[in-house]
Design a protein around this ligand. Sequence first.
Ligand code: C5P
Length: 418
Amino acid sequence: MSSNVNINLNKNIILAVTGGIAAYKSAVLVRRLKDYGFHVRVVMTKGAQAFITPLTFQALSSNAVHTTLLDPEAEAGMGHIELARWADLLLVAPASCDVLAKFAQGLADDLLSTIYLATKAPVWVAPAMNQQMWAAKATQRNLQTLIDDGVHVIIPDSGEQACGDVGRGRMPEPEALAAQVFEFFKTQERIQTQQFGLLAGKKVTITAGPTREAIDPVRYISNHSTGKMGFALASACYAAGAEVTLISGPVSLATPYGVARRNVTSAQQMLDESMQMLADGCDIFIATAAVADYRVAEIAPHKIKKAGDELEIALVKNPDIVATIAQQEKRPFMVGFAAETQNVEEYANGKLIAKKLDMIACNDVSRQDIGFGADENAMTVFFAKKYGFNQRDLEKASKLKIGEQLVEAMSDALSTKN
Ligand code: C5P
């Protein structure tokens, strides 16, 4: 966690803990949420109390813990309706199979299921369970129902599980969850303030992250892109009122709130998804992905065995995604990115013309403090000649701030075009 700590957004969170071994992580989650200045009240199901005691959460949240529905004393304090009204977010972490089924069916036989039905606040669930239970048809069916009902489902991580299995079902780490909650409220705040409206009603597609080009079943060619700039830009576009889809290569970032995400691996898959988005309707296409320029001519069907001192692998050129989209008849407003180490203006303008872009954002990757993997960036934006705009220098700032300035630049260009 970084400079965000202690920014008090004055928001109330009900952290609901249900029965599962991941409940131990929820204790740390209370701390991390409080680090961000959130007010936290904990609700525990009966199952949760078999794993961890209410006293732990009482001490960590500095509030009484809520466990029962029909206890007159508890209801006299803060009853289920008051709790439901108090919350700005109901976060269920960990969410057991049982609670997902209850929510999906609308049962109301305990405190948590009653609050779920009674609250107007957004509801997030972070399922955590054995990988087989996660994969079970009934669980997936219930999750789909919850998604259709507007619940935000945080997909569990893959890895080793407490039961010894390996697979999907681990609750994300408390730091990552708290950061997502914070980002959600920050986005809401931006929507309510200056940014909203600049891209209202626009459909935006963003490519992000690296691509992976397979060599054989276990090896691949890739690069160091982390996807941070594309993800931050997606968040800024959403806050500006756009409908955003991220086409992401393999990265370890949480999907920004409000953004639809399609995961891909190779450049060809990224192009296929991009063409699909174009067919579905796209007003702005932003290419932040670090697409591998070449792929292996023929992927070996089996692991290549160590042999002589040298190994030659033939490579063929990958399609240029942004240039391909720009050539289409119904082309969207096209934004490219460029990373250069010298002659930034000349190379950027060259790409702008060659790839038929409307706008290109360029960073000088010879600088150590910005670019790949960093949280900050500094960029220069160039526009196609027809807009008659001078270049814009965006001073070093967080990638989110840079994203907001890029949104302004796009909006300015779009309004001159219309
Ligand atoms: O030519 P260069 O790779 O420097 O161009 C960078 C821009 O082109 C970025 O916007 C990148 O996402 C996009 N690009 C692409 N498909 C490729 C290569 C680059 O969309 N195969």
